[in-house]
Design a binder for this molecule. Structure first.
Ligand code: FAD
Length: 285
């Protein structure tokens, strides 16, 4: 049975960073493993910019950020075992992995679980009906569009104005879909101000169905653009509980809209296939 001082499960941003930090701290026997064939976790499907400000002082897309993290990891001696699903971790400090080569076990002294999070599925949301075909979680939709290049219909309604909802509104618009509405139950959008400006204001102008936002709480002029829950200047003029108001129709990519300068880089055409930094890492054959 293979043994290692440190086993890290999950090669997303957290797992790669943990592995690099462990190496820097003097750990010379570490294994990083993931069920996916390449490192990066969720980052490869996040084509928008917004990553890396703290670590690299620059706004990067998800894939670019993943590549930089993987570049750093490649300079260490951490061993990367891709394509292994962790089935179990026992009290005896053994992890059971399943990969194309069959079931393996690794004994470890220390374990870092960096397996990310999981979206709540449609089944756990209060949706009407028993067969809600055509309803996707934001992460599912993002993966299908950005990584699989699938078409998900032509007319889209997005429930929730968090960062993901707003980023997806822009993505769908750029894909030539009609985003009928981004619906929000609260009085103001839920994501970052910068995403509101870059994704909703710059691309949609206004969804035809849109909850009102009070005028009384304008965006602070010294807001760095990242503050959550910063209200935008209200257009519908209403507060919570107001009826959904009809406003101007959406503008579509390729139909005369002009993205604002500084809009995120998933405004560029998508490239088929991902440039992922798999080969740079130490891997088992
Ligand atoms: C759409 C979207 C937009 C975002 N935008 C931003 C942004 O602009 N700026 C920002 O800073 N953050 C953003 N985030 C958040 C950020 O991307 C995530 O918080 C971060 O990438 C999560 O990293 P992680 O390593 O914790 O998890 P993940 O990236 O999910 O990685 C977990 C890894 O664990 C692996 N794994 C799980 N279970 C097992 C198992 N049993 N066996 C083997 N492997 C397993 C998975 O395959 C995966 O590779 C965004 C997130 C999303 C979804």
């Amino acid at each position: 049975m293979e043994k290692t001082e440190l086993l890290i499960i999950g090669a997303g941003a957290a797992g790669i960073s943990a592995a690099s930090a462990a190496w820097e701290a003097g750990c010379r026997d570490a294994v990083l493993t993931d069920r996916l064939p390449c490192p990066g976790g969720i980052l490869p499907q996040c084509l928008h910019e917004g990553f890396g400000l703290a670590a690299f002082g620059k706004e990067l897309t998800g894939p670019a950020y993943a590549e930089r993290l993987a570049d750093g990891l490649a300079k260490t001696g951490v061993r990367f075992l891709p394509g292994r699903e962790i089935l179990a971790v026992t009290k005896e400090k053994t992890a059971v992995l399943s990969g194309s080569g069959g079931v393996e076990e690794i004994r470890f002294e220390r374990l870092i679980l960096a397996t990310g999070s999981r979206e709540r599925t449609a089944g756990s949301l209060p949706l009407a009906g028993t067969r809600p075909a055509g309803i996707f979680t934001a992460g599912q939709a993002q993966e299908m569009i950005n990584l699989r290049h699938w078409q998900l219909g032509r007319r889209v309604v997005i429930l929730g104005s968090g960062d993901l909802g707003m980023i997806l509104a822009r993505r769908f618009t750029l894909e030539g879909k009609q985003v009928l509405a981004v619906l929000e139950q609260n009085a103001q959008y839920g994501g970052m101000a910068r995403n509101y400006h870059r994704c909703i204001e710059a691309y949609q102008k206004l969804s035809p169905l849109h909850r009102g936002v009070p005028h009384s709480a304008p965006l602070s002029p010294d807001d760095p653009g990242d503050s959550r829950h910063a209200p935008h200047h209200g257009r519908d003029g209403g507060g919570p509980g107001q009826r959904l108001a009809r406003t101007s129709p959406l503008r579509h990519a390729g139909h005369g809209h002009r993205p604002r300068p500084g809009a995120g880089s998933d405004t560029r055409p998508r490239k088929r296939g991902m440039a992922l930094p798999c080969r740079k890492l130490q891997q088992d054959p």
